[in-house]
Ligand binder design. Structure first.
Ligand code: ADP
Ligand code: MG
Length: 288
């Protein structure tokens, strides 16, 4: 299993689309970009002892709230501000689990050699998605339940992150987590900024719903006309995460085979019924 799962030149059109897809308060988005740009700049000018910035941004929140997508979009935005950059996505699971064949030595090499070499040509924005799988809180690991190797891999990864961010100031780490409580404290304390991403508020839900109706409306014009009922849809989707909301809106078309074949038959009631059903579904993702 490769530790680097994606390596890409930025800016990129795909990543730009990712940024636009996530509906979030504009000030939160701006804050994230500014934090990243500030960190890259500060770390060029000051020593770590003067201004202790690790260049680590953590996005925390429930599954389906757009963190991974936002992180990719953020990398694109940063690249646009600083000129150009590269995106490197690490597989936190492969890094943290020695059982997957990654020895402590290999983990160390990623941070001490592979990424620094990449970052010589241009800034490297590194995504550590679902970082809790890497740095599972060592305090919660019992030695019996977890082979000593798992601790070593985590230790190596944490030491690697520390080294990378202290020594190689042309890198920026973006980490995401669905379970902040499971993230090693040493990692949490290194984050320069932690952004809590929650389920979309009313305005964000409105934007998501309008976007989905507009997209479907390109194929089935009558779906587009359902936007007149936006207020009811926004109210019915309270508390839903962005992923579920997008899915539920689309699934409204499956209310009957006839509707599935021709979405022009979709009614306001169909949408409301599907939304209320989806809102009541147990959170299987959380339970897993
Ligand atoms: N705030 C949001 N606005 C728009 N779409 C969202 C939002 N949150 C989630 N989504 C949708 O859910 C999909 C999955 O999000 P993802 O980035 O994988 O979430 P997470 O990493 O938090 O689990 C996104 O690609 C997007 O379609
Ligand atoms: Mg994710």
């Amino acid at each position: 299993m490769d530790v680097i799962v994606e390596h890409k030149q930025l800016p990129s059109k795909d990543f730009e689309a990712a940024w636009d897809a996530i509906k979030l308060d504009a000030s939160v988005k701006e804050r994230l970009v500014a934090q990243a740009v500030l960190s890259l700049q500060m770390r060029q000018k000051f020593s770590f002892e003067q201004i202790p910035m690790h260049g680590l941004i953590l996005m925390s929140g429930p599954p389906g709230t757009g963190k991974t997508t936002l992180a990719r979009g953020l990398a694109d935005r940063i690249a646009k501000v600083v000129g150009r950059a590269q995106y490197v996505q690490l597989d936190a699971h492969a890094l943290g689990s020695s059982s997957l064949g990654k020895s402590q030595k290999e983990v160390s090499k990623i941070f001490s050699q592979t990424i620094p070499e990449l970052a010589m040509s241009m800034p490297a924005i590194v995504l550590l998605d679902e970082v809790e799988t890497l740095a599972a809180d060592r305090q919660k690991m019992s030695l019996e339940a977890n082979p000593i190797d798992a601790h070593r891999a985590t230790d190596a990864a944490l030491a690697g992150i520390d080294l990378l961010t202290r020594k190689h100031r042309n890198t920026l780490l973006i980490a995401t987590t669905n379970y902040p409580k499971a993230v090693d404290r040493a990692l949490l304390s290194r984050a320069d900024w932690i952004e809590e991403i929650g389920p979309p508020g009313a305005e964000a839900r409105k934007q998501i719903i309008l976007e989905v109706l507009e997209l479907l409306g390109r194929e089935w014009p009558k779906v587009g006309h359902l936007r007149t009922h936006i207020a009811a849809f926004v109210a019915a989707s309270e508390g839903m995460d962005g992923r579920r909301l997008r899915k539920a809106l689309t699934s409204a078309g499956a209310i009957s085979i006839e509707t599935a074949k021709d979405l022009n038959k979709l009614t306001r009631e169909n949408v409301l019924e599907t939304l209320s059903q989806a809102a009541e579904q147990p959170d299987l993702v959380e339970a897993a």
